[in-house]
Design a protein around this ligand. Sequence first.
Ligand code: 5GP
Ligand code: MN
Length: 344
Amino acid sequence: MILSDENIARLAEIIDATQPKRMVVVSHFNPDGDAIGSTLAWRRLLKSMGHEVECVVPNRFPSFLSWIDDVDKIRIFKDDAERCSQIIAEADVLFFLDLNNVSRLEEMSASFEANTKAQKVLIDHHLQPMENFFDLMFSQPDSSSTCFLVYKIIERMKGVDVIDTAMASALYVGMMTDTGNFTFSFLTPDLYRAVAVLVEKGIDIARINVEVYNSHTEQRLRLLSYSLGPKMEVFEGGRAACISLSEAELRRFEFQQGDSEGFVNYPLSIKGVLISAMFQQTHRFIRASFRSRGDMDVNIFARRYFNGGGHKNAAGGKSFVSLKETVEYYKQSVSEYFKEQNIE
Ligand code: 5GP
Ligand code: MN
């Protein structure tokens, strides 16, 4: 990953400690480990430099992230839209972390129109970031997580001495979750060097693993079993799969936000499956998650068929028809996409 001297110099000027500013850090809807980890690490850096910092995310985050230091300082837009909008309107600098498009902020996105004076800085690793919105962009699709990108920016700008144990733990959470516990792509030597530094800072990897991966409810495990049993469909001669869950089914398993995190990965563990999808009904639309193997590009797939996007092997989107129709539409879309790619 290469960070340009010019971008680093411009960022250093924006966060210059001799001029305390009102800074607001925002991240995406349905915040995940990378969104929350990068937001908290960046907050910690800005606060240590004497800035006034607020963090806002559109909706609540899953409980397996609630142990992270200062996570209670993050404001939830949905819970207090008025105050959050005011905070955004009054900011001198706005940081957008782990998102490539303001639409990923859902209802929160309208708040930015009221603030035309703030400098807007993007720090993200998704493909195709929104052009002409940000004043400064750190867009690194070759970074496995936003947390790793934040680490590289801090290392370059301030040196790793400014990283304490709390910041290191927050950064590790995003590096770990966005790589599927270091099993996906972009697992570079530099990433492991960063992890080594975080270990030197005193992070407790065994504990973080337990907090993030082994702190679920019984109902969540039963929902997983149901999703993989009665609800998983495999088609296209074993090349494609999906799981779909209705609101009624989610209620039956006392669904809490974050419970279905990672379910979409399981069908991809079947030999031969190239694309996996998970469709989850919400009161407004069907949320879609896609995962793929190798050259199968779900960023393109999600953009074309599901108003979404993301990365080559992990993307998401939305559907506004019924769950049944969504699954049918997915099957047709996969068939069309496979034909185009000459996949038998
Ligand atoms: P997940 O399936 O974990 O929700 O999302 C996978 C990836 O796709 C994430 O990197 C996420 O940021 C991105 N993503 C999820 N939903 C959407 C969406 O509706 N639009 C876009 N552009 N990206 C999405
Ligand atoms: Mn991310």
